[in-house]
Every structure is written in structure tokens, then in C-alpha cells.
Design a protein around this ligand. Structure first.
Ligand code: IDP
Ligand code: MG
Length: 138
């Protein structure tokens, strides 16, 4: 099934000038870029985006990290986009991430891990519409 998923190049990835590399990796893996932008989240927006984690001990720190600089949200599309993107991102903790994955190559820590990716059809729908309107997605 052709799906859409939301990727975000997080503030650490943008700061390290990895935006181009990561987009290239998506295209090399058969993803189409359907929409893309650069913005800085407010604390309130970051809290809303990560509401599923609001009871977790790392929530405050995650919100601070995600608002420390620009991010690049990207709508990606391909066959099995959600799972495939999770594959090329690698595990949340870069120590556990497989060789060749984005997080293995570039992430500093379990928190500062370069990219976000939707984890289900339901979250992809919520996350894509968090950043993009229907008419932004080409
Ligand atoms: P995911 O990004 O691989 O889907 P989630 O469990 O959904 O991982 O966590 C969301 C984000 O919260 C992670 O990408 C990471 O930035 C941060 N995070 C997750 N677990 C921890 C932790 O144990 N300590 C600090 N930050 C964490
Ligand atoms: Mg997640």
C-alpha cells in the first residue's frame, strides 16, 4: 500500500548540516518528497506534537530539545512508507541502531537522535496534518 509518513529532521540534524544528506537518503530509498518546510516550534506546539509522551520522565527535556532551533518536517510517500522510514532511521537509541541507519551514523544520544518518524498509520495522519494542510501536499 502507498502510504504517507511524517519525517522531521530535528534541531541537531539541521544544526549539523545533515538536511541535504538525509533528503538524499530518502530519495535513494524510493521515497517521494510530497511536502517540506523549515520552522521553529514553540514550546506549546512541541508539547502538542509529543502529547503521547507527556507523562514520560524525558518529556520536558524532549520539548526543550525540539524547540532549541529550526526543524525540517517532511511528508514522505512510498510503498510501506511508515515501516520503511522507521527502518532507515534506526532504533531510538543510536547504541541499538543497525549499521547504515541515520541514527547509527549521526545521532549523539537517545534524545538527540537526528530524526523523527511516524510509527503507525494513525500517528502519520495526525503528524502530517500537524504541519501541513491538504493543499500543501503535492
Ligand atoms: P522514536 O522517535 O524512535 O519513535 P519515541 O519512544 O517515540 O522514539 O520517543 C520520542 C523521542 O523522545 C525520541 O526520538 C527521543 O528524541 C526522545 N526519547 C525517547 N526515549 C528517551 C529517553 O529515554 N531519554 C531521553 N529522550 C528520549
Ligand atoms: Mg515515536
Amino acid at each position: 500500500m502507498i502510504e504517507q509518513t511524517l519525517s522531521i529532521i530535528k534541531p541537531d540534524g539541521v544544526k549539523k548540516n545533515l538536511t541535504g544528506n538525509i533528503i538524499q537518503l530518502f530519495e535513494n530509498n524510493g521515497f517521494e518528497i510530497k511536502a517540506i518546510k523549515k520552522l521553529i516550534l514553540t514550546k506549546e506546539e512541541a508539547e502538542d506534537f509529543y502529547y503521547v509522551h507527556k507523562e514520560r520522565p524525558f518529556f520536558r527535556s524532549l520539548v526543550d530539545f525540539m524547540t532549541e532551533g529550526p526543524i525540517v518536517p517532511i511528508v514522505l510517500s512510498r510503498e510501506n512508507a511508515i515501516l520503511k522510514n522507521r527502518e532507515i532511521m534506526g532504533a531510538t537509541n543510536p547504541k541499538d541502531a543497525a549499521e547504515g541507519t541515520i541514527r547509527k551514523m549521526y545521532a549523539e544520544s537517545i534524545e538527540r537522535n537526528i530524526v523523527h518518524g511516524s510509527d503507525s498509520l494513525e500517528s502519520a495522519k495526525f503528524e502530517v496534518s500537524f504541519f501541513f494542510n491538504y493543499f500543501d501536499i503535492i
